[in-house]
Design a protein around this ligand. Structure first.
Ligand code: FES
Length: 161
């Protein structure tokens, strides 16, 4: 009687990995790779760019030549500053309809977008603007006028220069 025996396996001929083990190993490797790349991705995420908003206060010197009751619009600002016998005041030049910047005209302001008109004190004389132009908080010290575009005051509030 002859018995058939399997020859011993060579080190150069490793035992084949069963399919179930191969699937289990590959899923472990996939999960490990996903965790690794996910962690790297989270570490490389951009940091939150929370920037302080610029101050809405600014300081100007009114031109010496500014006539009483004439609007002075500081460059780059949406504000009209007036000086008259009662003091200094500032009116926002942001239209209360949809936010366009109004332009001064001989009667006050006119909005180039939809034609609203305002008196120099901000009162609406022609729509569609629903509200008057807001007056802004003003303070005067050392000959300089500080205007806070973020703070409104009741219309008619003037500060002595
Ligand atoms: S935005 Fe000024 S009238 Fe519409």
């Amino acid at each position: 009687m002859t018995t058939k025996s399997t020859p011993p396996r060579s080190r150069l001929d490793p035992e084949a990995v069963p399919r179930r083990d191969w699937l289990g190993l590959s899923s472990l490797w996939t999960m490990g790779a996903a965790l690794l790349f996910g962690t790297i991705g989270m570490l490389k995420l951009p940091k939150a760019a929370v920037l302080a908003s610029p101050s809405k206060k600014f300081r100007i010197a009114l031109p010496e030549t500014l006539a009483l009751g004439e609007a002075f619009i500081p460059p780059g600002r949406a504000v009209a500053v007036f000086r008259d016998a009662e003091g200094v005041h500032a009116v926002s030049t942001i239209c209360t309809h949809l936010g366009c910047v109004v332009k001064p005209n001989p009667d006050g302001f006119e909005c180039p977008c939809h034609g609203s008109r305002f008196k120099a004190d901000g009162e609406v004389t022609r729509g569609p603007a629903p509200q008057p132009l807001p007056w802004l908080k003003v303070s005067v010290s050392g000959g300089l006028v500080t205007i806070d575009e973020g703070a409104t005051v009741p219309a008619g509030t003037k500060v002595q220069a």
